[in-house]
Design a protein around this ligand. Sequence first.
Ligand code: ASP
Length: 441
Amino acid sequence: MSVKVVKFGGSSLADADHFRQVARIIRDDPTRRYVVPSAPGKREKGDTKVTDLLYQCYELIKAHEPREVIDAAYDRITDRYNAIIADLGLTFDLSGELEYVKNAMLHSSGRDYAASRGEYLNALILAKYLDYDFVDAENVIFFKENGTLDEERTNDALAEELSRTPHAVIPGFYGAMPNGTIKTFSRGGSDITGSIVARAIKADLYENWTDVSGFMMADPRIVKDPLIIQEITYRELRELSYMGATVLHEDAVFPVRTAGIPINIRNTNRPSDPGTMIVAHPTSYDSETVITGIAGKKGFSVLTIEKDLMNAEIGFGRKVLEVFEDNDISFEHLPSGIDTMSVVVSSSVLEGRRDRLMQSISRAVRPDSVFIEDNLALVAVVGRGMIKAKGTAARVCDALARADVNIRMIDQGSSELNIIVGISEDEYEAAVKAIYAEFVG
Ligand code: ASP
């Protein structure tokens, strides 16, 4: 029988109504056998996620705030869980667990321990509600001494533990260090847990349930009601996420990608929407739109070096990049001309290092000129369909010209999977709109 691992984000488990909806989704498909929940998220705008309440509580304890202040902060957490239990009509007493967690926090159990309890407690409730087994992540997700995931140990433990139960809830976001202390992934890390579980049990599909119906083709804050991407490859996704499109934690891709397991992004509030399928090998590409998505970011700087006959100078590029290396600066793109070389970096990394960098470059390659321009935004137009379609770059340039956006840099990835344009930050929104309109309408 096929197996699905289903991960539900915080907004999908924010209150009892959402728990009911989650249970309906799980019961609707008997192959949804392993469930990875986040901690309860925001119920409405302005609400606070339980994970944030736990961090706050931890800070108050660390700052030796008076006991009543700490109690009041912890009560907000207790209230969230108790409201869910009461509203679901569960005869389940979580008070012992809540008390234990509080005591542990008061006795310096650490920041990660505190944060992880959001998922832990939520998973206990969900397991009870679904009548699934509870498998604590601290017994199946292991980190190495250096803080990276111990893949082998984790895979073995998960495969072994889950082979013993047909249905289980495994809290997301955390695991155990070699000495048994709790460590969390970075924020949003339950996505990673889901992916790790899917790989360990060789799932057929990893469903990631959230509050949107998949990846949008462009940022909805810029483009009104952008289309949802139906199918995207892992490589396209990587390009779009790198450029700031978020729905899924970036590190969640690697475990399932190597195992060839697709991810399906789904909307808990609209379960009949098909969502976005993230696959290794596409079954199709959208010949109508050619592109898969558009993403971008502000806050880049470009350092340009000009020197006549640069192209004939052996080792020129290496010397330039060595200066970046020596200054501990990583670069994003390297668009080059015959006698110019540009290095695009995130502006933040230049802070306090500009003069030294320019001087070092002058010394290393004796350029005719070297200068830095700031306020650059990058827009990535991504799509596997671009390999087959002619004139995509021309269409991007035309669309930008019509919108009166000046292109300061253009870089077509050699994989033909993306075209990246550099424009002035204040033209960023106009650029995204223009490109979307050109390809989607
Ligand atoms: N609850 C954690 C967070 O808020 C992890 C997650 O939701 O994936 O970051």
